[in-house]
Design a protein. Structure first.
Length: 168
């Protein structure tokens, strides 16, 4: 039995989608090196030029009950083209999503497809509110989330960020 699912984006791109594994650290490091500097900054809300070992460990060692990272991979070579993390509170009523796509793969509907998948997973977990915290400069993510029914509101005390939320 496999934990891999085949997905098809709105543009017709076929990808394999699976949960992260503990041995994915090197592949994730290579993936995040291929994400644009802006997108890496938006994902981690940090200007660090690389993803550090602790961040990679946190991604690969999720509990699979309250947090999960889904990896979209190229079916031909297994290369990670996108990652979507879902992290829920202890009661699994509120969750946060964060998505990254390789710079050379943007504009193909991958983010849309992953957000849809993560939202469905959150709903299956019983989550009633799914949130994304975005930099106000991340127009692509904000537009995508709004298209999928997320509503925006300000984050008190930080005018550089915006909270997007979807209720189920």
């Amino acid at each position: 039995m496999t934990d891999t699912t085949q997905i098809k984006t709105r543009t017709g791109l076929h990808l394999d989608l699976r949960p992260v594994r503990e041995n994915d650290g090197q592949a994730l490091a290579a993936f995040f090196a291929a994400v644009s500097d802006d997108d890496r900054r938006f994902r981690f809300l940090s200007a660090a030029p690389t993803v550090n070992v602790e961040q990679l460990h946190d991604i690969t060692h999720c509990d699979h009950h309250h947090s999960e990272t889904f990896l979209a991979t190229d079916p031909d070579d297994g290369r990670i083209v996108a990652a979507a993390t879902l992290a829920a509170d202890e009661r699994r009523t509120l969750a946060e999503v964060a998505i990254s796509v390789r710079a050379d793969q943007r504009g193909q509907g991958i983010g849309w497809c992953l957000l849809n998948h993560v939202a469905e997973q959150a709903r299956l977990w019983g989550v009633s509110r799914l949130q994304a915290i975005e930099s106000r400069a991340n127009h692509a993510a904000i537009d995508l989330e709004r298209e999928q029914g997320f509503v925006t509101r300000s984050i008190e005390g930080d005018p550089s960020l915006i909270l997007l939320e979807r209720h189920f």
